[in-house]
Write a new protein. Structure first.
Length: 58
């Protein structure tokens, strides 16, 4: 499950409020005794093709 949270806040307090929200969400998840868990981070690695560049000097 993925969710997005939008909230209106004074721009001067946005980092503090974001921190408070994250702390509160974590507290509530921990109260579930493992019934709700955070998923691990998904990382996608993409290999790019090599490009060889030759420069000629005049």
């Amino acid at each position: 499950m993925q969710f997005n949270l939008r909230y209106i806040v004074d721009y001067k307090k946005r980092r503090f409020i974001k921190h408070q929200l994250n702390e509160r969400i974590q507290e509530e998840v921990l109260k579930t005794d493992g019934k709700v868990m955070f998923a691990s981070t998904t990382i996608e690695l993409v290999r790019q093709q090599e490009v060889n560049v030759e420069m000629k000097t005049s």
